[in-house]
Design a protein around this ligand. Structure first.
Ligand SMILES: Nc1ncnc2c1ncn2[C@@H]1O[C@H](COP(=O)(O)OP(=O)(O)OP(=O)(O)O)[C@@H](O)[C@H]1O
Ligand SMILES: [Mg+2]
Length: 365
């Protein structure tokens, strides 16, 4: 599909397109915010689509810097400034990321900034639904494939285990006459056994992953749920040298979710956090409101990860651990999506990792 700014470029090049027609075209673009920026990044005009998508009305937003549309952490990282720099030098800048509406809620967007003779043209498209759809389809496909695969493996696996048991029995009988050979055979069987157990664990995890059931959602107080679950885990953490801190916003509204499923998902992140802090550290679990969203954060002061690793953590089988199956986080992500939320990760190598789970306010039907 042609991007909105490419469309505008070709349309304006066509003979006969005057300013009024161009305005009509821009106003008619549904699902897109199209607006111009001055050379300093201040918003110069604002179309109806922008008003619909971002919630600001023209009188209130024109004259403000476009960094207002970015989440605070992106502004701190200098993303808006980078967008202008790249567009000013290369002619065009494109990026997928969060944008913030007037009411503080966020949506996942595709944004393009194009250089004009004076200033820039900015186009923002809401791609939340597209992303969610793609993610759901991907998971459904992985789900069916993995269920079949795991089933195929399960049966031969139990028959192998059974036979290993029988062989062990035979060896015990035969090794009475030859102790050395008996010991050797026993230790070989032991390693076969431990490999078999590993395969069994992967298949079980995979089946769990493939069969995330439909969530039974009801309003849940996240603070109460987290308080209760963390209380049980605290001694285990403290024994591992990890201090657990909580920082709950008591004003967050109840979130409609399947509490058991949700805790299963969180537990994977909490276990990962614990594993990342082998030398001890602090686990901070917090809840907050961010605009219309309710947010849970799980932050550790562990070893963190590289940007490359961070990009792969939600892919099935990605693991940097010796005995990890790499299915913990894909399962977590699948559950969060099934419960109407979204999970993201920020990490700094050597410093720590934060998982951010965001539930948008449910639209009333
Ligand atoms: N809190 C964290 N700090 C640092 N790295 C992490 C953290 N959480 C996840 N990771 C990285 O992401 C990888 C994938 O995590 P995931 O939970 O999916 O699998 P795993 O922990 O390796 O294995 P398992 O299936 O046993 O959970 C980990 O191997 C690790 O490299
Ligand atoms: Mg894990």
């Amino acid at each position: 599909m042609m991007s909105a700014d490419a469309m505008m470029r070709t349309q304006t090049k066509q003979k006969g397109m005057n300013a009024a027609q161009l305005r009509l075209l821009v106003e008619g673009l549904r699902g897109y915010a199209v607006f111009m920026l001055g050379p300093d990044g201040c918003i110069a005009n604002w179309n109806k689509g922008a008003e619909r998508l971002l919630g600001h009305v023209v009188t209130e937003i024109v004259g403000h810097h476009f960094s207002r549309l970015y989440p605070r952490e992106d502004v701190e990282r200098g993303k808006p400034a980078q967008a202008l720099r790249v567009a000013a030098t290369g002619g065009r800048w494109e990026d997928e990321g969060w944008r913030v509406r007037a009411d503080g809620s966020r949506f996942w967007s595709l944004a393009v900034v194009t250089k004009l003779p004076r200033g820039f043209l900015a186009v923002i498209q809401d791609i939340t639904e597209r992303e969610r759809q793609e993610e759901t389809e991907r998971h459904a496909l992985i789900g069916t494939m993995s269920a079949k695969f795991a089933h195929e493996i399960r049966n031969p696996l139990s028959s192998i285990k059974l036979n290993v048991g029988l062989v062990r029995y035979e060896i015990e009988a035969l090794s009475k006459d030859n102790l050395a050979a008996g010991n050797e055979a026993r230790s070989l069987l032991q390693s076969i056994d431990s490999e078999l157990r590993r395969i069994q664990r992967v298949t079980q995890d995979y089946l769990k992953f493939a069969r995330v059931s439909k969530s039974r959602r009801e309003p849940v107080s996240l603070n109460d749920l987290l308080r209760q679950k963390l209380l049980f885990m605290r001694p285990e953490f403290e024994a591992a040298g990890v201090t657990v801190k909580t920082d709950f916003d008591e004003t967050i509204p109840p979130v409609r979710l399947d509490a058991d499923q949700f805790w299963q998902a969180l537990l994977n992140s909490v276990v990962n956090a614990n594993e990342a802090m082998s030398g001890g550290g602090t686990l901070t679990v917090s809840t907050a409101r961010e605009g219309a969203d309710t947010v849970v954060k799980i932050a550790d002061t562990g070893k963190g990860m590289t940007e490359e690793q961070r990009r792969d953590i939600f892919k099935p089988f990605f693991s940097t651990k010796k005995t990890g199956t790499g299915l913990g986080l894909p399962l977590t992500q699948q559950i969060i999506i099934e419960n109407g939320g979204r999970i993201d990760c920020e990490s700094v190598l050597g410093k720590g990792t934060t998982f951010i789970i965001r539930f948008p306010q449910e639209r009333r039907r």
